[in-house]
Design a protein around this ligand. Sequence first.
Ligand SMILES: NC(=O)c1ccc[n+]([C@@H]2O[C@H](COP(=O)([O-])OP(=O)(O)OC[C@H]3O[C@@H](n4cnc5c(N)ncnc54)[C@H](OP(=O)(O)O)[C@@H]3O)[C@@H](O)[C@H]2O)c1
Length: 324
Amino acid sequence: MTHAIRIHQHGNADVLRWEPIEVGEPGVGEVRLKQTACGLNFIDVYQRDGLYPVGDLPAVLGMEAAGVIEAVGEGVVGLAVGDRVAYPMCLGAYAEVRLIAADKLVTLPESVSEQQAAAIMLKGLTAHYLLFRSYPVQPGDAILVYAAAGGVGLLLSQWAKHLGASVIGCVGSEEKAELARANGCDEVIMYRSENIPQRVRELTDGEGVAAAYDSVGKATFMDSLDSLRPFGVMVSYGNASGPVEPFSPAILAPKGSLYVTRPTLATHIATRELLDEGANRLLGAVTDGLLHIQINQQYPLAEAAQAHRDLEARKTTGSTVLTV
Ligand SMILES: NC(=O)c1ccc[n+]([C@@H]2O[C@H](COP(=O)([O-])OP(=O)(O)OC[C@H]3O[C@@H](n4cnc5c(N)ncnc54)[C@H](OP(=O)(O)O)[C@@H]3O)[C@@H](O)[C@H]2O)c1
């Protein structure tokens, strides 16, 4: 008998249940994966509480994991039993064993463990598209990174620094400030007490930042707009504090002819070519030592509810892995 974390209704972390499930044989184009590590992501919270849809209930939560292929369905090319693989953005990851479409999988190099892959596949591919596509960072750009000591935040800050950006990180505590500074942030703003636009102007000689990567949403959206330089890019990519409220595009004109984008990783890895491009760059950056993976919390998968509580209470830093 195999187990998974399922929800039967939306709600707080108490709705997460460790239950026996049936997993059959892989169909055409599928493999059966024995998972060893699952990634914890804030999207899991949105899906658990109902902000993002998950389809019919009960549903197995989780969007990211790594493991070893134990059976291969008809028509699968290039993958075999025993291969070590990982994936981002495929609902149903909080499970000991699962079926999954083979074309969603990335084969792991020897240099990357399954735990590490579960820590970076979704967060690192997000950092990749944010820095290379949403606003392609140029050497010398000043940029603003929210939740800079978080899972996406640590990878984004390290990578941006390597690309030559001057990184200003927003963090929620002194401990997080130290971690952010050690991972690419040149400056930090304690945004629970400091005025963000004012501090950004002070730190950029009055100019403002080229891009704001805002994962906090409702609480910081306007502050991000007010921190941008003329023609600056607002990348609103998350809602940790709640969804951004409706606004008129007319406000963007007097603030400096600003651009706003609201991207999702799903679009940025929608084709095999896009997934391969991002995964090759990400795994290459890890193998070359540009990105240092920080798994700062681990919980048994069966204790996913506690992991959710800690993530929502802003107690975690870096990546969190649920071990199977
Ligand atoms: N659009 C996409 O494609 C995409 C993909 C991946 C992730 N994301 C988004 O990126 C963000 C980071 O994800 P993650 O998994 O790496 O999480 P995380 O950053 O490790 O954790 C969330 C952090 O957000 C900050 N935060 C601010 N207000 C908060 C609030 N009211 N409640 C809880 N946390 C709050 C906290 O840091 P401080 O204490 O420093 O404020 C907290 O540690 C999330 O918003 C997520 O939805 C978006």
